[in-house]
Ligand binder design. Structure first.
Ligand code: SF4
Length: 884
């Protein structure tokens, strides 16, 4: 275990966002609230946090929280109820449906945001006691291909490397990973290695991302062709001195087949270049770098995982490491960067439909072992439905009851619009949530169960390098919210399984989880944290971050090595790793004249998932406030699109309306759209609606990176904004998006409704209290209004020809010129415009430094990042913006 020598002033916990798993210290603020800082002693981040982590203190308000159990009434609205009634409805419904239709008619859809203890009991209840393996998770959309590839190659879902490898590597290859935005603290470590040790960074991605900007070599690979690139590399390595014949002979199987298949796919550099759309010289450079650098780490993330060929892509990467023996050694190995905070914990407890528990699967001996350990009356004996198939089974009426915990599938699943329709057909639809409103709740949920949120939760999470850290509560549970593990146990007790779910707290759950990992584990399973099964409650409370395999002597794998496979032994029956011969890469759907672009989806730097938490921080909203589509300048020109205008992106499954962002980092022929907006935050930006449902044959992970799409300009005659905290509805046919500001919400909109409409509805939209002051400018065709209370205003509205609505300063002037007037300020003259300073897009979120300020600093002589930081403060805190 790590000695946690740091003396914290507050509570030590873990960031709830990405898989880096940064340690966080939450201390009480002098004027209330919580002060968030990085835990200097946590091995994942050593005190660093990115913009999202630093803003955690701004996301702790209760305004949007679900605080009481709710039931949906006949009129569709939710009414408060008690826990007893809500849990009774859930348990009665599950019992009735299981007795009538069998356990396969029930499903749980879990989340990488759950703690390990939550995950463990939910998985145990469904697989061991209800008797179905229909438990899947949003992690299926995140890293299921990595799990499948690990199991194929290593015989177990084992991440070989550790973060220290990124400090010690001489070559870091990032495949399908915008780590600068999605794993920022880890990326800073890579950059530090580059700066101090001269490590080189190669980025392989169809988009020139912020990560690519820092690379020594950027390979804009054609969508879906990563397998071809790594097959070409394998062929090249076979003829190089990097080929480790001794390692292959002693520790692997299947090399010849994999090499033959690779030769069929990419026999030489020229063929590889042609297949991948890359320059031949660039391919050659990459191959040479890889061949000549023993300390090479290849990191991969959603860019390869979220693919209908994701498992093959990752195995093609692993093949190259196996043939060079570069695995289980300092500074070398394939490395899966997980997206979610506890995707790894979910894997440990078997939270996927094709796993059982503790890294076991549905092999008969595993089923029997877990059945005996749980004393389970009706354990599932075969795999359940994976995420996309689970929702298809709901649409077919085979699954009749669903419990969704801590995730928002109505936004994030492929073909999300069809999935929302499917959810409406459920006989029983239960949602455990900490927000009062989201798209999944509005897709027909019957029962809402209030769950505790970050800051209130207590348990453990596991990060990308197998480090288990405590998430600790530093706030009381608000309202009637309960921990997810406790809600699951309440339902289990009502189903008659009280003895098996009699946990007094999360420590009890953790001890059982640890004991199962060691149960009849004679070294054949990688996951063994049995030494933690006897932790006292106090030791659990004070547990330092601990990485498995546990230190020497404390588990069968605890030989003192933090890396797996240092001894060349794997978890297959013959202890040899497997080379995998991948299929010839081919995307599932071709583009066509109707859909000539490839739609790629992904994350932005300062938002997380569907923004239910990050969306509460105005600072985070400032970075990229509106839903957008990125397009290459040439494509924009040919499609008649200009930067900042609106466009409709359409696929065979749905359409979105988004702001155009012209960017030459975008590959010609492809579009990029971020995933974060929902019906709560924008009118037409649910990107899941666009995505095809094709899944990888081994992992079941959907293809989220290559849906054929088209894009056309949208013209709306008027645009404007409204500032109000009220939950307003704009007229049908308007496009809108909500942007959180420090003290209010700005609804930015474009509309076909004329000025008269806005004049007629201003009082209703802006609220009945106060004096409505208005101004109409016939010459400019603009209208603005504000509700004035005691000479000041909060709520206001401005609308005018596209891009020419009056600005806030004009509304201020209007109010100043018409004190106390009631609806009589309508004048056919212009108000003097004295617009507020336009700082441009915010680059440094920590200090609110806009692009204009940065340009000014450069103009005034700031010639380096350090000088820029000294003059503007930009980039001097978390450093995330240095990669923007
Ligand atoms: S990198 Fe950022 S989002 Fe990820 S765990 Fe660390 S602070 Fe949280």
């Amino acid at each position: 275990m790590n000695a946690h020598v740091h003396k914290p002033k507050g509570t030590l916990t873990t960031c709830p966002y990405c898989g880096v798993g940064c340690g966080v210290e939450a201390a009480p603020g002098e004027r209330g609230g919580s002060v968030i800082s990085g835990d200097a002693a946590h091995p994942a981040n050593r005190g660093r946090l990115c913009t999202k982590g630093l803003a955690l203190g701004e996301t702790l308000g209760l305004e949007t929280r679900l605080l009481h159990p709710m039931l949906r009434g006949a009129d569709g609205s939710f009414g408060r109820t008690g826990w007893d009634a809500a849990l009774g409805k859930v348990a009665d419904g599950f019992r009735r449906i299981a007795e009538r239709d069998g356990p396969g008619a029930i499903a749980f859809y879990l989340s990488g945001q759950l703690l390990t203890e939550d995950y463990y009991v939910a998985n145990k209840l469904m697989k061991g006691f209800i008797g179905s393996a229909n438990v899947d998770t949003n992690s299926r959309l995140c890293m299921a291909s990595a799990v499948a590839a690990h199991r194929r190659a290593f015989g177990a879902d084992t991440v070989p490397g550790v973060y220290a490898d990124l400090d010690e590597a001489n070559l870091i290859v990032l495949v399908g990973s915008n780590a600068a935005w999605c794993h920022p603290v880890l990326f800073r470590r890579m950059i530090e290695n580059k700066r101090t040790r001269g490590a080189r960074i190669v980025v392989i991605d169809p988009r020139r991302t912020a990560t690519a900007e820092e690379s020594d070599l950027f390979l804009a690979v054609a969508p879906g062709m990563d397998t071809a690139l790594f097959c070409g590399l394998l062929v090249h390595l076979a003829e190089s001195t990097a080929l480790d014949r001794g390692y292959i002979a002693s520790h692997t199987a299947g090399f010849r087949d994999a090499l033959n298949r690779s030769r069929e796919i990419a026999p030489d550099v020229a063929t590889t270049a042609a297949a991948t759309g890359l320059e031949r010289d660039d391919v050659q450079s990459f191959f040479d770098m890889f061949a000549t650098t023993a300390r090479t780490v290849t990191c991969f993330s959603q860019g390869v995982n979220q693919s209908a060929q994701g498992t093959d892509k990752i195995n093609a990467i692993i093949n190259c490491h196996l043939m060079t023996g570069r695995i289980g050694r300092p500074g070398a190995g394939p490395f899966s960067l997980t997206g979610q905070p506890n995707a790894m914990g979910g894997r440990e407890v078997g939270g996927l439909a094709n796993q059982l528990a503790a890294h076991m699967d549905f092999a008969p001996d595993h089923v029997d072992r877990v059945r005996r350990f749980w004393n389970a009356p009706r354990i599932a004996t075969r795999e359940g439905h994976k995420a996309v198939q689970m929702f298809d089974a709901i649409a077919r009426g085979e699954i009749k009851a669903l419990w969704v915990m801590a995730t928002n599938p109505a936004v994030s699943l492929p073909r999300a619009a069809e999935m929302r329709n499917a959810l409406k057909t459920l006989e029983l639809f239960v949602v455990s949530e900490n927000v009062l409103s989201n798209d999944t709740i509005h897709a027909g949920a019957h029962v809402l169960l209030p769950a505790t949120a970050w800051g209130e939760k207590d348990g453990t999470v596991t990060n990308s390098e197998r480090c288990i850290s405590r998430q600790r509560a530093f706030l009381p549970s608000p309202g009637e919210a309960k921990a997810d593990w406790s809600i699951v146990c309440d339902v289990a007790r009502r189903l008659g399984f009280a003895d098996a779910f009699a946990y007094r707290g999360p420590a009890d759950v953790f001890r059982e989880h640890a004991a199962l990992s060691a149960f009849e584990n004679e070294g054949t399973r990688d996951f063994d944290i049995g030494a933690l099964a006897s932790l006292s409650d106090e030791n659990y409370d004070t547990l330092d971050p601990v990485q498995w395999p546990l230190p020497a002597g404390s588990s069968r794998h605890g030989d003192g090595e933090k890396r797996f496979f240092a001894d060349g032994k794997f978890f297959t029956p013959d202890l040899r790793a497997r080379f995998i011969a991948p299929e010839k890469p081919a995307l599932k759907e071709d583009t066509s004249p109707a859909f000539r672009f490839r739609l790629n989806t992904g994350r932005i730097r300062d938002q997380w998932h569907t923004m239910t938490r990050t969306g509460l921080s105005a600072r985070l909203a400032a970075h990229l406030p509106e839903p957008f589509v990125e397009i290459h300048p040439r494509d924009a020109e040919s499609a008649g699109l200009a930067d900042g205008t609106l466009a409709r992106v359409t696929t065979a499954h749905g359409a979105c309306i988004l702001k155009v962002m012209v960017n030459d980092g975008q590959k010609p022929g492809s579009l990029f759209v971020p995933i974060h907006w929902s019906a709560e935050t924008a009118s037409d930006a649910r990107v899941g609606d666009l995505v095809s449902p094709h899944t990888d044959p081994f992992s079941g992970q959907p293809e989220a990176k290559a849906t054929p799409a088209t894009i056309v300009p949208i013209t709306m005659p008027l645009s404007g904004f409204m500032r109000t905290k009220r939950d307003i509805r704009l007229p049908v046919g308007s496009w809108w998006t909500k942007v959180l500001l420090e003290d209010t919400v700005e609804v930015r909109f474009a509309t076909e409704r004329g000025l008269l409409y806005w004049h007629d509805t201003a009082q209703r939209l802006l609220g009945p209290d106060g004096t409505l002051v208005e101004h109409f400018d016939g010459d400019k065709g603009t209208y603005c209004a504000a509700v004035v209370v005691e000479g000041a205003f909060e709520d206001c509205l401005a609308v005018g020809p596209a891009g020419q609505a009056p600005r806030l300063s004009s509304i201020r002037t209007m109010v100043a010129n018409h004190p106390g007037e009631i609806g009589s300020a309508i004048a056919h003259r212009s108000v003097a415009s004295e617009d507020i300073e336009d700082t441009g897009p915010v680059i440094c979120v920590c200090f609110g430094v806009g692009l204009a300020a940065i340009r000014n600093a450069v103009k005034n002589g700031a010639g380096s990042v350090a000088m820029l930081g000294a003059t503007s403060r930009a980039g001097t805190n978390c450093g995330s913006c240095l990669q923007s």
